[in-house]
Design a protein around this ligand. Structure first.
Ligand code: C5P
Length: 220
C-alpha cells in the first residue's frame, strides 16, 4: 500500500509523443509510448495527489482518478500545460515533445511526383523552458532528458537553461532503458548534484522521482 503523503498536492504530468501533421494523412513523431509518464501519474494518484495528465497519443488505458487531457501536437500541449501550470504545485514534463514541425500544413493529401522533395521544418515552442521561466512561487518543476552521449553534462545544462529543479536523464543506449521498455535506468540531476539510480521498473523509478520532488516541495 502506498503512503498517502501527497494528499491534495496538485501535480501535472505530461506523457507520450507529440504528432506534427504535414497533411491530413502524415505526421512527424517519435517512439515515446507514454509508460514512464503514466507510471508517474498513477503513483502520484495512489499517494493522494490531485493529478492532471496531459497526454499525447498513446496505446495506454486512461489512468483512473486522474484528469486526462488528450493532445496531439506540441502547440496543443503547450496551450494545455501553460493554461494549467499556475494552479500546479509540482509539474513533471515527461512527454517527448517534437522539436520541429512541418512549416506548413497542407489541407489536402500531398501528391507524389517523380522528383525528390525537401520538407521545411520550423521550431516548436519549448514548453518546459516556458513554464520554468514563468514559474509560480514554491512550484517544483521536473523535466526529462534523453541523450545518446554526454548525458550528465547535457542534462545539467538543461537544468540551468530551462530554469527547473530537476532533470531525469535517460541514456537511450543503456540496456533496458528508454522508449517502450518496462524498466528504466536514470540519473537524477538537481542543483545538489547527480545521482545515478539502478535499473528498475518504471513504477519504481516513478516512486523515486516523487519521493525527491515531494521532499523538495516540502523543503521550499
Ligand atoms: O531540450 P530537450 O528537448 O532535450 O529537453 C527535454 C525536456 O524538455 C523534456 O522534459 C520535454 O518534455 C521538454 N520539452 C518541452 N517542449 C519542447 C521540447 C522539450 O517541454 N518543445
Amino acid at each position: 500500500l502506498s503512503p498517502k503523503d501527497m494528499q491534495d498536492i496538485r501535480v501535472l504530468v505530461t506523457a507520450g509523443p507529440t504528432q506534427e501533421a504535414m497533411d491530413p494523412v502524415r505526421f512527424i513523431s517519435n517512439h515515446s509510448t507514454g509508460k514512464m509518464g503514466y507510471a508517474l501519474a498513477k503513483a502520484a494518484r495512489m499517494r493522494g495527489a490531485q493529478v492532471t495528465l496531459v497526454s499525447g497519443k498513446v496505446e495506454l488505458a486512461p489512468v483512473i482518478g486522474v484528469q486526462m487531457v488528450p493532445v496531439v501536437s506540441a502547440q496543443e500541449m503547450f496551450d494545455q500545460v501553460v493554461k494549467r501550470a499556475p494552479q500546479q504545485q509540482i509539474i513533471i514534463k515527461c512527454a517527448a515533445v517534437a522539436d520541429y514541425r512541418p512549416a506548413e500544413q497542407w489541407e489536402h493529401k500531398m501528391k507524389k511526383s517523380q522528383e525528390d522533395m525537401a520538407l521545411p521544418l520550423t521550431r516548436t515552442k519549448d514548453i518546459l523552458s516556458y513554464i520554468g521561466h514563468h514559474r509560480e512561487k514554491n512550484q517544483i518543476i521536473c523535466g526529462f532528458s534523453m541523450e545518446t552521449r554526454d548525458l550528465v553534462e547535457n542534462s545539467k545544462a538543461k537544468l540551468h537553461s530551462k530554469n527547473v529543479d530537476m532533470i531525469v536523464a535517460n541514456n537511450l543506449l543503456e540496456q533496458g532503458a528508454g522508449f517502450g521498455h518496462d524498466t528504466n535506468q536514470v540519473t537524477i540531476l538537481t542543483l545538489q548534484g547527480a545521482e545515478r539510480l539502478a535499473l528498475m521498473s518504471k513504477e519504481d523509478v516513478a516512486q523515486n522521482i516523487l519521493n525527491r520532488l515531494l521532499e523538495m516541495y516540502q523543503g521550499k
